[in-house]
Design a protein around this ligand. Sequence first.
Ligand code: AMP
Length: 282
Amino acid sequence: MKIAVTVKETREQVDEWRRQGLSVGLVPTMGYLHEGHKSLITRAVSENDRVVVSVFVNPMQFGPSEDLESYPRDMDRDAALCEEAGAALIFHPEPSEMYHNGFSSYVDMDTLTGGLCGKSRPVHFRGVCTVVAKLFNIVVPDRAYFGQKDAQQLAVIRHMADDLSYGIEIKGCPIVREADGLARSSRNTYLGKEERQAALVLNKALSEGKKLIESGERDAVKIKDTVTGIINSEPMARIDYVEAVNWDSLEPVTDINGPVLVAVAVFIGKTRLIDNFIALED
Ligand code: AMP
């Protein structure tokens, strides 16, 4: 497995694979990799001849008061995990390699980004779309892999790939959890012992919401009230949002009569965690 730090090296390697007629999968990440990322890489390896994992903490998707500086990083461990999972190349650029002096072109989206995480993180999706567009242009993969953990991001990227005619298959992958149900996240490392315990309330609340839908409840307000009530029963939790939206348009729903995304963002202490489930998907 190679580690490339420049766009040029990455392009040269991918060009060589292309000349050999090999297919290429891309897994974009911010590093500090865990089993969730690994599941994406493993799937990509099973569906492509060569897999590129990008490891880049993208400054453009962080707001001014967010955790860009403290975001955890461990390249040695990441490289070992990628190698074990069968990746062929890690693209690990410095911010200056991705955003040269005078960088001023962006990819933004009018739909899908106003609610959920986009509401409290107003610059986030412009940063995500711009960096993913750049990664698509650098690697030109056949397929790209994204986790349902970041469900709004998955929807946004699908939409962007379609709008901008990338011709790249966008693959959504299920949420990987710890044994006790906590969704794996690089940010879980911020949690102290008591906070780690308190964080279980996200999955607990969502599981109850999911059960209600599975048993026939179709009133989105009731689902949201149940989820909200359970999260509020945890003193260390502060809700950013609890939403039920159409799993296509991401518009809020009142009656659930098709694929629905129930998503939450909750602060546990200073750490903002997200989790979700999708129900009634065919
Ligand atoms: P990140 O490094 O947090 O930007 O995540 C990189 C990719 O891994 C994104 O597509 C995430 O949705 C995905 N991912 C992160 N955590 C998980 C998880 N627990 N299960 C599945 N995919 C995940």
